[in-house]
Design a protein around this ligand. Structure first.
Ligand SMILES: Cc1ncc(COP(=O)(O)O)c(C=O)c1O
Length: 368
């Protein structure tokens, strides 16, 4: 093993820059003081600005992992006696449904296989068939497989109804081709530590005006994750509970870095170029990519393991060379592995990775 830090090719926590990590050392700060109020305002404005939804959405920040943002959005979107329609074609779609059930919210599902985007017409039919549906929830980028779902088309279907549209954009916040501004979502869930290259610990929901009206109409289902409490407080520069202050510093720095480097368009192009490099190498090795080209994300590639090679062997060889790859989830874990090209990955390190992947696969094949 060399002394270089490991390059993380897992879908978050992603590698960060020295500048972002150094922000953790800005020092101690009381969250009830004016300095934190100013930081909170910068973060709330910065997030909607850098994600191109400043005209339509407002930020609600929460200390927690991405799942806390999902849970906050789900429980804030469905009124008493109404139900949630979940588009489920992967682990995170399934988690949206589980969150609703755990909170006593009735759920119906439009399910599909894990490699095919859901047909938006199925959502239209489900909405027409069940007037109790108050919100539709779906995952933008199913990190399970690297599949992009048709969020824009489903957004257009939901817009024709009274329902709110909840989108888990946790692995798609700053790095996929569809601009959040174009998808007409009411609740957008995001996290600091994937495409935004900040640190784990802070998450957020971005809420439209329709979502703001809705979150005041739902019953209080959670003390910690009650969006109305957060929104009331944050509009006044206050937070209800102790935030991860130093992780907020890092997020602040990451937003600055993101914008200085050209924002959404530049990052998306960078992620697309990385995916192209990895996928070309994988094709040259004759390995199958699970998802068909038009539906692939820019950030995650799910690949069939070479014949006769197990995931732990491949993982350990690549880790010894400085790269952390990621296992498949659920039923796909025996046959497939994932390469996530998220976070701070200098281009030469990625070029070296594809060389190392090639030589490792050749070596393991020759041993098998
Ligand atoms: C699409 C998606 N949603 C939700 C989550 C959950 O985020 P966390 O593990 O930060 O709670 C993830 C994590 O990878 C994800 O990829």
């Amino acid at each position: 093993m060399n002394d270089e830090p490991l390059v993380l090719l897992n879908p978050g926590p992603a590698c960060t820059t020295e500048r972002v990590r150094a922000a953790l050392g800005r020092g101690d700060m009381c969250h009830r003081e004016s300095e934190f109020t100013a930081l909170l305002a910068d973060l709330r404005e910065g997030l909607v600005r850098c994600l191109n939804v400043a005209e339509t959405h407002e930020t609600v920040l929460v200390t927690g992992s991405g799942t806390s943002a999902m849970e906050m959005a789900v429980i804030s979107s469905v009124r008493e006696g109404r139900s949630l329609l979940v588009v489920n074609n992967g682990v995170y779609g399934d988690r949206l449904a589980k969150i609703a059930r755990a909170n006593g919210i009735p759920v119906t599902e439009v399910s599909g296989d894990w490699t095919t985007p859901i047909d938006p017409e199925l959502v239209r039919e489900a909405l027409a068939a069940d007037p109790s549906i108050d919100a539709v929830a779906m995952v933008f980028h199913e990190t399970t497989t690297g599949l992009i779902n048709p969020v824009r088309a489903v957004g257009a279907v939901v817009r024709d109804s009274e329902a709110c549209f909840v989108v888990d954009a946790i692995s798609a916040t700053a790095n996929e081709d569809e601009d959040l501004a174009d998808i007409d979502a009411d609740f957008i869930c995001g996290t600091a530590n994937k495409g935004l290259h900040a640190l784990p610990g802070m998450s957020f929901i971005l809420v439209s005006q329709k979502a703001v009206r809705r979150l005041y109409e739902v019953p209080t289902r959670s003390l910690y994750l009650n969006a109305a409490t957060y929104l009331d407080g944050q509009r006044k520069g206050d937070v209800p509970f102790t935030p991860a202050v130093q992780v907020c510093f890092a997020l602040d720095e990451a937003i600055k870095e993101f914008e200085e480097r050209g924002g959404f368009a530049a990052r998306t192009a960078e992620y697309r170029a990385r995916a192209d490099l990895v996928r070309k190498a994988v094709n040259d090795l004759g390995l199958k990519i699970l998802v068909e080209p038009p539906h692939r994300s820019n950030a995650v590639t799910m690949i069939r393991l070479p014949e006769g090679v197990t995931y732990p062997t491949l993982h350990d060889e690549l880790k010894a060379a400085g790269y952390v790859i990621y296992a498949g989830q659920g039923t796909l874990s025996k046959e497939f592995f994932r390469i996530a090209t998220m976070g701070e990955i200098p281009w030469p390190k990625l070029e070296r990775f594809v060389d190392v992947l090639g030589s490792t696969v050749h070596q393991l094949r020759s041993q098998g």
